[in-house]
Design a protein around this ligand. Structure first.
Ligand code: P1T
Length: 385
């Protein structure tokens, strides 16, 4: 079956009791048991819920993985994946990630004895050089939030597997696939071990739910993640599971439109005299354009551009009328944000500057409104500079 068919049908058979075509929202905390230990496979809703299970089957199929676990947010999913590790383990991380991911690693998990090395993973050799005897995980985001750098998933996976053999240390490659969604990029097919998502973004797609998920093939890690999902309890609610499932049904058509609009807006911004620099992997001027074409089947709707100063960024962000100033991304409506003070405020200022997350940087989540309207809105805000 092809992508759209899987999106609409995987995990979503008509309800066995009523025939309901839309998987019901099983809004229950517990399930009646016939006698001690005799039940229908559902005991308590933190442990199992049919709506969440349907979504997990759906997302596993979309990423081409065997197992999926859904969590209360993208951060909860990432945190759960990190619990596969133990004190003393070392993690190699791409130096640009969502600021909240860096914050979790640097401000929380470091205190539990995990060691982190941040490397410029655009260069696979930098990942290779950072390996040592206790490296148990490589965590990358591609494209990165917000400067749209790419990591060659296949190359880093090859390095991770080679080191796994030489140190017999079981390092895993984890890829945050939030920006592309499985419609444009499937890391497991490129030999990554675990995919994580903030389902809050493209998978849900309508800015009305916060959630996360991880998808993987390894049975041992899957058991451990299912265990932590139940033991720590950061589960996705039935209502949110249903919302994300409704979102994935239209993922293909939405992503095609995000991609079409993303390309048009990027082209427009790249020619605008008030824009100093633009970050979009679908432009030939992007230094990793060839890699983008190779490992992704589209470029999506995320881009950032440099206005030159905090004051100019402020005027653009306050000058737009159609685009909304706000955190988050991947919804049908266009959003603009200021990474330096919003999503990446927890990254130290000198590190932000080094990465290109300047005070003049504006990020756009290009929605699926008519592209002419989005462009006209950005044009009038830019022309006020
Ligand atoms: O917000 P939450 O569902 O917990 O997801 C965290 C997260 C994980 N990974 C990536 C790549 C993300 O972009 C995010 C969340 N990002 C934003 C809220 C943002 O505006 O960039």
């Amino acid at each position: 079956m092809k992508f759209s068919t899987i999106a609409i049908h995987a995990g979503q058979e008509p309800d066995p009791t009523t025939g309901a075509v839309s998987v019901p929202i099983y809004q229950t905390s517990t399930y009646a048991q016939e006698s001690i230990g005799k039940h229908k496979g559902f005991e308590y809703a933190r442990t199992q819920n049919p709506t969440r299970l349907a979504l997990e089957r759906n997302l596993a199929a979309l990423e081409g993985g065997r197992f999926c676990y859904a969590f209360a947010s993208g951060m909860a999913a990432i945190n759960a994946v990190m619990t596969l590790l133990k004190a003393g383990d070392h993690v190699i991380v791409s130096d640009n990630t969502y600021g909240g991911t860096f914050r979790l690693f640097d401000k929380v998990l470091k205190n539990f004895g995990l060691e982190f090395s941040y490397v410029d993973a655009r260069e696979p050799q930098a990942v290779e050089d950072a390996f040592n005897h206790n490296t148990r995980m490589v965590f990358i985001e591609t494209p990165t939030n917000p400067v749209m750098s790419l990591v060659d998933i296949e190359a880093v996976s090859e390095i991770t597997r080679r080191h796994k053999d030489s140190f017999s240390c079981g390092a895993r490659l984890v890829v945050d696939n939030t920006f592309m969604s499985p419609y444009f990029q499937r890391p497991l097919e490129l030999k990554a071990d675990i995919v994580v998502h903030s389902t809050t973004k493209y998978l849900n797609g309508h800015s009305d739910s916060v959630g996360g998920a991880c998808v993987l093939n390894d049975e041992g890690d899957a058991r451990a993640l299912q265990f932590i999902q139940n033991a720590a309890g950061a589960i996705l609610s039935p209502m949110d599971s249903w919302l994300v499932m409704r979102g994935t049904k239209t993922l293909a058509v939405r992503m095609r439109q995000h991609d079409e609009n993303g390309r048009l807006v990027a082209q427009f911004l790249s020619e605008h005299p008030k824009v100093e620099k633009i970050y979009y992997p679908g432009l030939k001027s992007h230094p990793q354009y060839e890699l983008a074409r190779r490992q992704m089947s589209g470029f999506g709707g995320m881009l950032s551009f440099e206005t030159g100063s905090l004051e100019r960024a402020r005027r653009v962000l306050e000058g737009v009328r159609l685009c909304t100033l706000g955190e988050s991304l991947g919804g049908v409506e266009s959003l603009v944000s200021h990474p330096a003070t919003m999503t990446h405020a927890s990254v130290p200022a000198d590190e932000r500057d080094r990465l290109g997350i300047t005070e003049g940087l504006v990020r756009v989540s290009v929605g699926i409104e008519d592209a002419e309207d989005i462009i006209a809105d950005l044009d009038s805000a830019l022309n006020s500079l």
